[in-house]
Design a binder for this molecule. Structure first.
Ligand code: MN
Length: 428
């Protein structure tokens, strides 16, 4: 894996900025995540989060702050990151290094400008849109703990893992059109379910609505139809990562999934954080991936296997109650890496497009409080969770607000993803 090209030399990260950034901010100088904001006057632009503010990159570009960026037109104007991502890794690195220079307290270029208030805008004044235009969405199933838990619940008499699981990063093609950004409420889906003991299905609102704690990567480099991406080059094809809540209706899923897999149980909505954290920002948190105890085929074998230490949390808020943290997990638990997922996805010649989103699958860890779905946390509803005094949940109820948070942290360096927060509305 060529990770050296992604690492930001530490001397480029200023010790101090002229923008005040709280030490516990997700959006430190080490981070500089990209998003798309609706500006006060209504137009949309690519922005970068810094502390409680954003920098309007569209305006910076217009004012000549990126002289070496080779683009035909302003890549930061518009409603998605896709045009900027398409410029490729040299452009991503250039913009990152340029922003680090501009944010240095010793640099006067930006901080002394009279029109600073049009470039540096408080996040509280803005609405954030889905950051990428997503042509295709794929969902993997890469947590061994999650796959084993599901196996134990639904096939109690069989092996917890199916025979293919340690040979294939299992996945399915999902629905891109129903991916929404944090803050956009979702409606409880309706569909067919088979009641316990019944012979024929009934139709109605799902009774077993669930979240899935996931992260996703955004494809940053396309490959042509018929070509595949080598596992040791796969991370070069990744622009960055987001937090992802892959909503699931467990009762609909149970009845419909045989033999072709998930359909209406998954396609009603998935929610995504507004910030894309770049792979460059994540390099300080690169760590070893779990050892794979089963030999994989050569196209999945990595020279140097690696993943990222990203702490994950899920909170549920019911009515006026304080949010209760129901899950603490970590991205590093995943058995299959992003590189293996992308190599497998393309090995048959599938063409990935810029902005495609590949989600990890539910990220469960080894301990019961690290399980990444209500299905597992409440063990199919048999062990409801306390989320407040006298208030418990087996699955989610209408009006519940689910918030997922993620950050990487080590002394002096914090790189966060913000959150993906969603209210559940009743069926209509
Ligand atoms: Mn999923």
């Amino acid at each position: 894996m060529k990770i050296d090209r992604m690492s930001t030399p530490s001397f480029l990260v200023p010790e101090k900025s002229w923008i005040e950034i709280s030490p516990d901010s997700d959006f430190s100088l080490h981070n500089l995540p990209y998003g798309v904001a609706r500006l006060p006057k209504g137009e949309t632009a690519v922005v970068v989060a810094v502390g409680d503010y954003v920098l309007n990159l569209s305006r910076l570009y217009k004012k000549g702050f990126f002289p070496e960026l080779k683009a035909k037109k302003n890549p930061f104007r518009g409603h998605s990151l896709n045009a900027f991502i398409a410029l490729g890794r040299p452009a991503w690195t250039y913009v990152r290094h340029r922003l680090l220079a501009l944010l240095n307290s010793k640099n006067q270029e930006l901080q002394s400008r009279k029109d600073l208030s049009k470039v540096l805008i408080p996040q509280s004044l803005l609405a954030f849109l889905l950051p990428v235009e997503i042509s295709n969405y794929t969902d993997f199933y890469s947590s061994m703990e999650h796959a084993s838990n599901v196996g134990k619940m639904f096939r109690p008499d069989g092996e917890a893992l199916l025979p293919n699981w340690k040979h294939i990063p299992v996945g399915y093609h999902g629905r891109a059109s129903s991916i929404v950004v944090s803050g956009y409420p979702i409606r409880r889906p309706k569909g067919q379910t088979l009641p316990e003991g019944a012979q024929v299905p009934v139709f109605g609102p799902s009774r077993l609505l669930d979240f899935e704690l996931e992260m996703a990567f955004v494809v940053g480099k396309s490959n042509a139809l018929g070509e595949s991406v080598l596992v040791d080059e796969a991370e070069e094809h990744v622009f960055g990562m987001v937090l992802f809540n892959d909503w699931s209706a467990r009762d609909i899923q149970k009845w419909e999934y045989v033999p072709l897999g998930p359909f209406l149980a998954k396609n009603f909505a998935s929610s995504m954080s507004p910030w894309v954290v770049t792979m460059d920002a994540l390099q300080p948190f690169r760590t070893e991936a779990p050892v794979q105890d089963t030999e994989v085929l050569p196209y999945l074998k990595e020279k140097k296997r690696g993943t990222y230490d990203i702490q994950l949390f899920v909170d549920i808020q019911a009515g006026a109650l304080a949010p209760a943290t129901v899950c603490r997990s970590n991205f590093k638990y995943l058995y299959w890496t992003m590189a293996q997922q992308l190599a497998h996805h393309t090995v048959g010649g599938c063409n990935m497009q810029i902005g495609d989103v590949c989600a990890s699958g539910t990220i469960s860890g080894p301990s019961p409080d690290s399980f990444g779905s209500m299905l597992e946390l409440s063990w199919k509803g048999s062990k409801p969770l306390q989320i407040g005094e006298g208030v418990e949940r087996g699955f989610l109820q209408d009006g519940d607000v689910v918030e997922m948070r993620a950050f990487c942290e080590k002394p002096g360096v914090r790189v966060g993803f913000g959150s993906v927060k969603t209210e559940i509305l009743p069926s209509n």
